[in-house]
Design a protein around this ligand. Structure first.
Ligand code: SF4
Length: 146
């Protein structure tokens, strides 16, 4: 049975390079409609941040996470599909460091923000590149990602 997460303070981090062409509609509507990686949150969940990494190599991550955490008690950050996927977005060579730096700050990190990451995972599973959908290490391992 899926656990319902109540009252979480959530932020979404996105790629600085792709935000010129992406208004973030898909991430925001996925949260509003509690779809994909947001489906376990109840109505008390709050989106308290939606920000870009600040440009390579994720230079604004630490500062912004610290600030949101201090102001809101941030619990969890969703890493947007534009950071995780390799097409049609520019490949991010820094995502592993970005993810690990947020975890070191005591933040729960969840991969994905909309249907694009779900589709990527399905393709990987069909190709036999992953065996399950929720093992982040397995999903991101391999030279094609780093
Ligand atoms: S560090 Fe990654 S997510 Fe940030 S701008 Fe560079 S490619 Fe995009």
């Amino acid at each position: 049975m899926t656990e319902v997460k109540t009252g979480k303070k959530i932020a979404i981090v996105r790629c600085e390079r792709t935000q010129e062409s992406c208004p973030g509609t898909s991430c925001l509507s996925s949260f509003q409609e509690r779809k994909y990686t947001f489906k376990e949150y109840d109505e008390n969940a709050m989106l308290v941040g939606f920000f870009s990494c600040g440009g390579c190599p994720g230079r604004r991550i630490f500062r912004l996470i610290r600030s949101i955490k201090e102001e809101t008690g941030l619990d969890v950050v969703h890493v947007a599909s534009c950071i995780l996927k390799e097409e049609p977005f520019p490949k991010c060579l820094h995502k592993k460091d970005i993810i690990e730096s947020m975890k070191k700050m005591g933040i729960e990190v969840i991969l994905g923000s909309d249907d694009k990451w779900e589709i990527e995972k399905r393709i990987k599973k069909e190709r036999g590149e992953i065996t399950q959908f929720d093992d982040d290490e397995e999903i991101l391992k391999g030279s094609s990602h780093w």
